[in-house]
Design a protein around this ligand. Sequence first.
Ligand code: CP
Ligand code: NVA
Length: 305
Amino acid sequence: MKHLLKISDLTVAEFEHLMTLTEKLKGETKAGKIHHLLSGKTLGMIFTKSSTRTRVSFEVGMQQLGGYPLFLSSADIQLGRGETIYDTANVLSRYLDGIMIRTFKQSDVDDLAKYGSIPIINGLTDDHHPCQALADLFTIYEHKGKLSGLKLAYIGDGNNVAHSLAEACAIAGMHFAVAAPEGYTCDAQIIEAASERARQTGGSVTVTHDPVEAISDADAVYTDTWVSMGQEQEKEARLKIFMPYQVNKALYAHAKPDAVFLHCLPAYRGFEMTEDIIDGPLSVVFDEAENRLHAQKAVLATLMG
Ligand code: CP
Ligand code: NVA
């Protein structure tokens, strides 16, 4: 494993290694163990979009592993003024031991990996959010004791988060069902590849426009904002289109009675889900947010250690 650009790049063994290491590092951190796995190493963190969880969890994670996190806002670095990815990758590879980047185009992240000589971690693009999916599946594992054979229903926008979840569920042998409005469903190629992978692991991928069909008998229910970063001008139209996909009590009644609720956050109560769902007893959203820290430490230790 050289980079984390998207979940589908991982082998089953690499995915399982990350889950196991996440559990170990989380346990050790809770027990007060001090790590020096990345002593003397520096992670550059490039952000061209906003972030609370990704920035803080990577920054704290590096610090907890004995390394140094360097925040690089695109407003401050020359990349934001048109310096090429090629030059940026070559220059930063001379200073840093790894880069985490959050940006718009997946191809920019792929190009950083292609032209640079250090590990690149995707901290969210328009198409993928791999760190999120690792934390999400680890959270489901913590609450359910297994992953293989479980059903995860994703209701709402077929976006970056949905893509990474589809790919992760396929690797883990889970049943992934996504319900999205027409014109807002997942990328066909990503779904096709995930379905193919799921066939090999005993999982499955289902795409529908019917939220009841997707959520029926689910072990875990997931939603995300209807308006992702970069789509602000579509907000008004999207809020109308997605309303029938709101995760509320009536819809949730079709899931298994103990189905956990996940959301990558930030969440907008009264839109993609009602308050009683996200703040209710089945919600694990803050465990999920915490697990970003532990899962990313596993990624950092694996790639940069
Ligand atoms: N879930 C997530 O990536 O949150 P941030 O946008 O706050 O980083
Ligand atoms: N789909 C959302 C996720 C935010 C963490 C976005 O891209 O804005």
